[in-house]
Structure formats: C-alpha cells, structure tokens
Ligand binder design. Structure first.
Ligand SMILES: [Zn+2]
Length: 267
C-alpha cells in the first residue's frame, strides 16, 4: 500500500476545470503537420543510408490515398543493388539507376482511381523526373519540407515544369522542430504501476475515469489506497512519476522537419 498525496492545482478555477474537462484539445496538430509527419514517418522506411524521403498524396477530402519512400523496385533486393552515391566502377555501381523516388512510389501505390486535384506532401522538393510524374498524375499542389537542393538543375527544372503546368508549390515550415509519438497508452505501460512508486502526487483537475490498479489489466496490482477523496473514481489523473516513466520508456522520437534538415538529408 502506498500513501498517495493528492495535490490540488494551485490556480485552477472552476471555469478552467470545466474547460479542461469538456473543450476540444487545443494542441491537436494541424493538417499540414499531420500529413508532413506521415511523410517523415514514411521516409523512415527507406533503406537509403544517405537520403530518406517520404511522400504522401492527399485528396480534397483530406484523406491519404498514397504514400511512398525512396527504395528499389519491388523484388529487387537491397542486398544486391548498391546504395553508394559514387563508385570508381561507374554509375551502374551507384544507387541512381535503380532507386525509385518517394513521389513516384506514392503515385504508383495510390489506392484511388486517380490523383487528379490532389496535394502531395514531400519531405524534399521533388526532382524533375518526379515533377513530370506529379504533373501527369494531375496533382495540383506540392508541399515540401526541405528545399536544400534548390540550386541543382533538377530542382530548377522542376520549378519550371510546375510553373508551366500550374502546379502550386508551398514550402512547409512547421513551428515545431520535432514531434514525439507515444506508442503506448499509459494503461498499457509495462512494469510497475506508477501508482506504486513513491512519492506520488496526483493532480485531479482533469476529467475522465480512474479507478486504481483494479482496472489495470497489465500490472495486475490491487487497488491502491489513497488518503483523500481521490479514492473515489476521478479522472484525468497524472503523476510526476508516471510522466517521467512514460517519457523515458514509451516515446519514440520522430525526427521531423527542422531536425531532419539539421542532420542534413543529403542526396
Ligand atoms: Zn524524384
């Protein structure tokens, strides 16, 4: 049994409690952040050691209809083809003749009849070969996170093609440099239940339903005694110990946008 010190929030008015309990979450990510995050997440599937690019195609209903990352064609083993950028043996021993770019893969992978009128989110501004595919697929807007290759002829050709075809280009810059994706709900966290750690302080101003360890299927611990009315069902608890455990063990950092740019998505 662990005595739990229930801490009243020092400056939370009843009105604020009401807002906390019923209002929509104010920190939900934007659509742009969401789709670009999916693009960066998709890029993490790439086997390319130097360049990881992801692309997402979104229709007018804000539904993703295709995703892709740079990789070799289906059935062409990563163990056979080279990922090198240069080779003394010539271009055939580099990745360039073989790799399929993220944007082309996204178009080819689409689960919709067509991409006409869609947007494409890409972690990197498209090369001229992908620009041709994007235009021919009927995509009307390209949103890109990195433009680090803008001085290359390939990017300059892409811009020329997009302008001629009337495809809008938008440089995406998120206000956040990273997005942390938690891959577990607190209730599913393995190991000792945070309520059994001491000291445990609980803020109870949020709503929800919490009934102690008897509702925790994973830890199997008996109900925790509590020193105040928090022994009743209350919700939206959070503990300092729980926060540290969750942050330490249940978070996967998705390097997005600027952090990737800082690392350099070198081509
Ligand atoms: Zn390309």
């Amino acid at each position: 049994m662990v005595a739990v010190d229930v801490v009243e929030p020092p400056s939370t008015s009843p009105e604020e409690v009401l807002i906390d309990s019923s209002a929509a979450r104010p920190d939900a990510i934007s659509w742009d952040d969401y789709f670009m995050s999916v693009a960066f997440l998709t890029a993490m599937r790439s086997k390319d050691p130097s360049t990881q690019v992801g692309a997402v195609i979104v229709n007018n209903l804000k539904r993703i209809i295709g995703v892709g990352y740079n990789g070799f064609p289906t059935g062409c083993s990563d163990d056979v083809l080279p990922w090198a950028k240069t080779s003394p043996k010539g271009e055939l021993e580099t990745k360039y003749p073989y790799v399929v770019h993220a944007e082309l893969n996204a178009v080819m992978n689409k689960n919709s009849e067509s991409c006409i009128g869609c947007r494409l989110y890409s972690t990197l501004f498209p090369c001229n070969e992908c620009a041709k595919v994007i235009i021919q697929a009927g995509i009307r807007e390209v949103i890109y996170a990195s433009d680090k290759q803008k001085s290359k002829d390939s990017a300059r050709a892409s811009r020329k093609l997009f302008k001629l075809a009337g495809v809008e280009m938008r440089h995406f810059v998120s206000k956040d440099s990273s997005l942390n994706l938690v891959l577990r709900y607190p209730e599913d966290e393995p190991g000792p239940h945070p309520m059994e750690q001491t000291p445990v302080k609980i803020r109870k101003f949020m709503t929800g339903a919490y009934s102690g360890c008897d509702s925790c299927a994973n830890c199997g611990s008996p109900p925790t005694s509590q020193t105040s009315s928090s022994s009743q069902r209350f919700a939206g608890w959070e503990s300092f110990a729980w926060s540290s455990a969750a942050v330490a063990t249940a978070m996967v950092s998705l390097a997005v946008v600027r952090s990737w740019q800082r690392r350099g998505l070198s081509a």
